[in-house]
Design a protein around this ligand. Structure first.
Ligand code: C2E
Ligand code: CA
Ligand code: CA
Ligand code: CA
Length: 276
């Protein structure tokens, strides 16, 4: 028994040591990163369930580090948040997306929305609203076409500065969406008081739809009762799509329609889907 415990301890301490080293490497590479060389934005279409038209897009960052190779945002964004790099990365993302999406947004007659993920640390900064306002002015991107995605946890934050930032952004005409909805602990009462416009049903529910139909129906009913738009993300199959259509979910997004694409491929996707 003793030697087994010893092995388990060695095993976990080795794993822990590896994780610490990896985090340090990612942090160092982020610190030295040349954003314009190493980051690009990918764009995933968001489809209106009723019309089958692409009516929006979510921007997702991609990083190709010269020392580490491709690193997923699921890994590096939390590290950027922890070490304070999220402010400069977040500003780069906003400026890049507003610049790349401006022409496309203006070209399309119907209101086309561009969704960008923002971290809680960005909203906690007292220059957050001024920053975003300045980037919109600089790029001339219209606030009315911008949706900022915040996680459910962020949206119900007890921090007055976070709540103030969200309210001020909404006053600028920007819409706010609650990402990963259903994974947190927001109550109907809390949601009612928030000035948000949209709920994104977490992909874990969509992908396990055989076992979560009740939950998804309840989220959709609740969202509708609060006059919120509903988006289901992570839609991978026809069956999932059919269920969401029946349940009157407003928008869908996922590999079943398209993976997140580089700008040129996204533009091609848009042109092709317009013809059909
Ligand atoms: P998220 O905002 O919840 O984004 C959804 C994730 O699901 C994305 O992963 C997307 O590529 C992936 N996805 C989309 N459709 C499907 C599908 O049908 N099946 C499956 N299995 N996955 C699908 P990604 O791009 O790796 O991003 C991971 C997370 O990193 C995002 O989760 C978001 O929290 C964060 N993130 C990405 N870009 C940014 C950014 O520019 N700023 C900030 N602050 N966070 C970002
Ligand atoms: Ca998101
Ligand atoms: Ca999500
Ligand atoms: Ca997420």
């Amino acid at each position: 028994a003793k030697s087994r415990e010893g092995n388990a301890f060695e095993y976990f301490s080795k794993k822990f040591g590896e994780a610490v080293k990896r985090e340090f490497r990612v942090k160092t590479a982020l610190q030295q990163a040349d954003y314009h060389q190493e980051f690009i934005m990918n764009y995933q279409p968001i489809i209106n369930v009723e019309t089958n038209h692409v009516t929006g897009v979510e921007a997702l960052i991609r990083w190709e580090s010269p020392t580490l190779g491709g690193v997923s945002p699921g890994e590096f964004i939390p590290i950027a948040e922890k070490y304070g790099y999220i402010h400069s990365i977040g500003n780069w993302v906003l400026r890049q997306v507003c610049t790349e999406m401006l022409a496309l947004t203006q070209k399309r007659e119907a209101a086309f929305t561009v969704s960008i993920n923002v971290s809680v640390q960005q909203l906690e900064s007292d220059t957050c609203v001024e920053n975003i306002k300045a980037i919109l002015a600089e790029t001339t991107f219209p606030a009315a076409h911008l949706i900022l995605e915040v996680t459910e946890e962020t949206s119900i934050s007890n921090s007055t500065i976070v709540r103030q930032s969200i309210n001020d952004l909404v006053k600028l005409g920007i819409r706010v969406s609650i990402d990963d909805f259903g994974t947190g602990y927001s109550s109907l009462e809390k949601l009612h008081r928030l000035s948000v416009h949209e709920l994104k049903i977490d992909q874990s529910f969509v992908q396990d739809i055989e076992n979560t139909t009740g939950i998804v129906e309840a989220i959709i009913a609740m969202g509708k009762s609060l006059s919120l738009q509903l988006v289901a993300e992570g839609v991978e199959t026809q069956e999932q799509f059919e269920f969401l259509k029946q349940t009157k979910c407003d928008y869908v997004q996922g590999y079943f329609f398209s993976k997140p694409l580089p700008l040129d491929a996204f533009e091609k996707y848009l042109n092709q889907s317009q013809q059909s």
